[in-house]
Design a protein around this ligand. Structure first.
Ligand SMILES: [Zn+2]
Length: 317
């Protein structure tokens, strides 16, 4: 964030560039004044929750923060007020507390089911109990798991996971696909004998054309566990935003980045791509509000975004 020099003014300026007039109090953005009807949707997101079921314990610098119960309350209150919403996770829901060591991920998956996640992708730590365990736990929940560049051979995960999913929030069609990080050096090969990794940018191009051209999705979201950025040429969310056209929003993970304001990049077609990430351990719930205008052409742009603190900040002094 700091190195990129983003602040709220940059985000608002980018909004102004993509939808002239937005941010002017009381005035409808120009594109909303054109013919067509506008539909709002709130996109909620987490990443790298790392088995943090309970809030941080007393005595910790983060005491009282996080926790599934507080996240549930927050999500409920947003859903009660929003006309449309979806809830996404960008991977690494396993590993980090004794819950994982004792229950192998069952608690995390059942919690995600209770919270009503609409889609998730896989992080490197989600394989920490092996592929059989991951499948066993995922079978205890019904939400879609998406990964477009992991291949699972003949393993049952091939049936449980899909490249993408289309979420419908009448009348909107939201295309969501997933991208996973290269396993080498991050996942012990013995844990993932049938897992193979494909180029994420190639996979992304393929998903974008399928979701846009064939399925006519109004917006396309990438759930990415690639990481925000690296000093070397490794695939990252920033590179993805700059190099692949057709993605509206990248919901990222892995680097545990707290992006209080979305990063705005411009794809090869010159269109804005927004990159968000909500830190780690369920300390924040990310929220991006979009307005989508359906007319002769579809126009979509965020109107606001934030990372909402989860749980109470206890005075531990
Ligand atoms: Zn990770």
């Amino acid at each position: 964030m700091a190195e990129f020099g983003y602040d709220r003014r940059d985000f608002i300026r980018a909004l102004g560039a993509s939808v002239a007039g937005i941010g002017v109090a009381g005035a409808l953005p120009t594109y909303l004044q054109a013919k067509g009807t506008t539909y709002p949707i709130s996109i909620l997101h987490t990443n790298d929750t790392h088995s943090r079921i309970d809030p941080y314990p007393a005595g910790s610098a983060l005491a009282g923060q996080g926790g599934v119960a507080a996240r549930m309350e927050l999500i409920r209150s947003i859903r009660d007020r929003a006309s449309r919403s979806i809830l996404l996770d960008a991977g690494d829901f396993f590993q980090g507390t004794p819950y994982f060591n004792f229950y192998n991920g069952e608690v995390e998956i059942r919690a995600m089911q209770q919270l009503g996640y609409d889609a998730a992708t896989l992080g490197n730590h989600d394989f920490d109990g092996g592929m059989d365990n991951l499948l066993l736990q995922l079978q205890k929940a019904g939400f879609p798991v998406v990964s477009a560049n992991y291949r699972f051979g003949r393993h049952g995960l091939a049936q449980r996971c899909a490249s993408s999913v289309i979420l419908r929030r009448d009348p909107l069609k939201i295309g969501v696909f997933g991208l996973g990080i290269k396993p080498a050096g991050l996942i012990p090969p013995a844990f993932v004998p049938q897992l193979s990794w494909g180029d994420p940018f190639e996979a992304a191009r393929c998903q974008v054309s399928c979701l846009r051209m064939i399925h006519r999705c109004h917006i396309v979201i990438c759930l990415s566990h690639l990481g925000l950025s690296y000093a070397d040429e490794r695939p990252s969310d920033r590179r993805l935003a700059l190099e692949v056209s057709g993605i509206d929003l990248i919901v990222g993970g892995h680097t545990h980045s707290f992006l209080d304001i979305p990063e705005v990049h411009y794809n090869p077609e010159g269109r804005a791509v927004y990159v968000v990430q909500a830190g780690h351990s369920g300390l924040r719930l990310g929220r991006v509000d979009w307005e989508i205008k359906l007319g002769r052409t579809t126009e979509a742009a965020p109107t606001d975004a934030s990372l909402i603190p989860v749980g109470e900040r206890l005075n531990v002094g």
